[in-house]
Design a protein around this ligand. Structure first.
Ligand code: ADP
Ligand code: GN1
Ligand code: MG
Length: 370
């Protein structure tokens, strides 16, 4: 029996080649985008086994079929490389369970696209960094991920969300939301709007550099939150990078900056008490060392030089995205309480302000690590 009656899980489960009979499923994880479930099956040997079952958010990802082509191809590519390197391909990359018709997804109706993954056991994701070593290892994992994909044919990747990290376009969308003010909320967030407006010139630095050809386009993850890497329970290694919906051509600095944004904050991304929100430089150093140990020799001088800028810019960008969603009536990120997106925007802006204070210290750490 399903423990959740929103969807008919037993019928969805029959549509994938799980090799066992469906027992139960329940919501799983803390993602803001997809609907994730753990689904238990009784296998032919009588043992219980769980899998990840995910409903792809097709409000966010307008073309789930093309998205799944990306994921199928990227995971197959990673699997091959991991085998060649003598790693464990069942734990070090996501592995899709095919649908019974052989496709990489199951479409239960016009609006519901499902996919299933092998559940990576003996590892977990964390919502905040509990041990500095974990964050060092996350840095290594994301750096390695980027390196493994450095010879992936970038032109074959479908752009699942256009202009995903184009901060200029994000800013225009934000201004649009302020002007439209469909919920009549702008009056309550003048200080936050002003904070964003003041920083426009700095915020578009990376986009301008990319346009001028000063930074190389690579295949990047683009959503390098600490909870998108599985940390092994025994070794503490960043065993597997997950959440591959946004693997697209991008900047290495997007991946670095976004990871710093989320992981160096000792508080939750939606913490209401802003005195708890700040950038922990010791954690910044950990991630930087891990990331550079895996990807450092492939990064250009310009990339290395702009690591601290990327932390600030990606945090700013995420802040304006949350604020835009608040102003637009919370249509993008899942919310669990009133004003949730505003709380999230506020933590991001608090972090930006703290990063501004600590900018030179970040630079010193980078110079020491190069
Ligand atoms: P979202 O895009 O909504 O963030 P994710 O793909 O990141 O969704 O999945 C949400 C959570 O589910 C992850 O943070 C992780 O805890 C868990 N998860 C996802 N895939 C797996 C997997 N293959 N094995 C174990 N846990 C997983
Ligand atoms: C979303 O899917 P999840 O929760 O890992 C978002 C990221 C944001 C993040 C903020 C596809 O990530 O871009 O940085 O929330 N993903 C998408 O927490 O928009
Ligand atoms: Mg995620």
């Amino acid at each position: 029996m399903s423990t959740n009656n929103k969807y008919d899980f037993s019928s969805i489960a029959k549509s994938f080649s799980f090799g066992g009979s469906f027992v139960k499923s329940q919501p799983y994880g803390f993602g803001h985008i997809n609907d994730t479930y753990e689904a238990y099956f009784e296998m032919q040997d009588g043992k219980m086994k769980r899998f990840i079952l995910q409903r792809i958010n097709n409000n966010v990802f307008k073309n789930p079929e093309k998205l799944m082509e990306n994921i199928q191809s990227v995971t197959a590519f990673l699997r091959k490389k991991i085998i060649e390197a003598g790693g464990d391909p069942d734990r070090e990359t996501l592995n899709l369970i095919p649908a019974v018709d052989g496709k990489s997804f199951y479409k239960s109706d016009e609006d519901n696209y499902w996919r299933a993954y092998v559940f990576i056991e003996g590892a977990q994701t964390y919502q905040v960094v509990e041990k500095p070593d974990h964050f060092y290892n996350a840095g290594r994992a994301f750096g390695k991920f980027q390196k493994l994909l450095s010879d992936y044919p970038a032109e074959s990747l479908f752009e699942t969300i256009q202009n995903f990290h184009n901060t200029k376009v994000r800013f225009e969308t934000f201004i649009n939301a302020v002007e439209k003010d469909v919920m009549n909320r702008a009056k309550d967030v003048r200080a936050e709007i002003d904070f964003a407006l003041k920083r426009y010139n700095e915020a578009v630095l990376l986009v301008n550099m990319l346009e001028r050809g000063e930074l190389p386009l690579r295949v990047t993850h683009n959503d390098t939150k600490f909870n998108n890497v599985m940390i092994d329970d025994e070794s503490g290694e960043g065993i597997c990078v997950i959440d591959l919906d946004t693997v697209m051509p991008g900047l290495s600095l997007y991946d670095f900056g976004d990871a710093i944004r989320f992981g160096t904050n000792p508080a939750a991304e939606d913490e209401k008490d802003l005195s708890k929100v700040w950038m922990d430089l010791a954690l910044f150093e950990q991630f930087t060392k891990g990331f550079l140990s895996a990807a450092g020799d492939s990064l250009t001088k310009a990339e290395l030089l702009h690591l601290p800028h990327s932390a600030k810019i990606m945090t700013y960008e995420c802040g304006i995205r949350f604020l835009t969603d608040f102003l637009s009536g919370d249509t993008y990120f899942k919310i669990h309480r009133e004003g949730h997106n505003l709380d999230r925007a506020r933590t991001q802006f608090k972090l930006v302000a703290d990063m501004e204070q600590k900018f030179e210290q970040m630079q010193k750490i980078i110079n020491g690590g190069i």
